[in-house]
Ligand binder design. Structure first.
Ligand code: ZN
Ligand code: ZN
Length: 178
C-alpha cells in the first residue's frame, strides 16, 4: 500500500509538473507580475533576447550566461512543494511525501538539464536521442513564437492547452498572440 501510494504520487506529480512549468512560464516568466517580476526580466528580456535564431546555442568556447534559472528558483520550487506534500500527508494519512517529492524533483531537474544542453551543447549522449532532438526543435520554436511551446521538458500541458506547435512557418493569428 505504501509503495503503491508513493509510485502513484510520483507519476501524478511528474505530470502535474508539466502544468506547473507551463503556468509559471506563461504567467510569470512571460508576464511582468508581482512577486516574480525578476523572473520576467531574466527570462523574457534577457534570456529570450540573448538566445534567438542564429545565436540559439552558444558556440564551443563561448561563455554560458543567462541560461539557468536564478540560483534560488530551483530549491524554492522543490522545498515549496515538499512542504505542501508533508502537509497533505499529515492531513490525509496517505504516504505520498517521498514519491511526490521524487516526481517533481525529477521533472524540474529534467527541465534544467535539457534547457541547459539546448543552449550550451555539450555532446552528452542524450543529445543524440530522438526525443531530445524533438524537444530541441520544440524549444527553438518557443524562442521564435514566445507564447507557444511553453513546456521545455515534457509538453503535456502544451498539448492540453493547445499551445503546441511543431513546425517552422507557423503564423500567429489575430487572437492568438505569438
Ligand atoms: Zn531557452
Ligand atoms: Zn520563454
Amino acid at each position: 500500500m505504501v509503495i503503491f501510494c508513493e509510485v502513484i504520487a510520483a507519476i501524478v506529480l511528474f505530470i502535474y509538473s508539466s502544468f506547473f512549468e507551463w503556468f509559471v512560464h506563461r504567467y510569470f516568466m512571460h508576464t511582468p507580475r508581482f512577486p516574480l517580476k525578476d523572473a520576467f526580466r531574466g527570462h523574457t528580456l534577457i534570456h529570450h533576447q540573448q538566445y534567438r535564431d542564429q545565436s540559439f546555442s552558444v558556440q564551443p568556447g563561448e561563455p554560458m550566461t543567462n541560461v539557468m534559472l536564478r540560483w534560488y528558483a530551483f530549491p524554492a520550487m522543490i522545498l515549496g512543494h515538499m512542504s505542501i506534500f508533508a502537509l497533505f500527508q499529515w492531513a490525509t494519512g496517505l504516504p505520498i511525501f517521498w514519491g511526490a517529492s521524487l516526481g517533481c524533483t525529477l521533472y524540474f531537474t529534467g527541465y534544467e538539464y535539457t534547457h541547459y544542453l539546448m543552449h550550451v551543447p555539450k555532446g552528452h549522449f542524450v543529445e543524440r536521442f530522438g526525443w531530445y532532438q524533438f524537444l530541441l526543435n520544440h524549444h527553438r520554436l518557443h524562442h521564435k513564437y514566445m507564447l507557444r511551446n511553453l513546456n521545455v521538458f515534457v509538453p503535456i500541458a502544451d498539448i492540453c492547452f493547445g499551445t503546441l506547435i511543431t513546425a517552422e512557418g507557423w503564423r500567429s493569428r489575430a487572437k492568438t498572440p505569438s
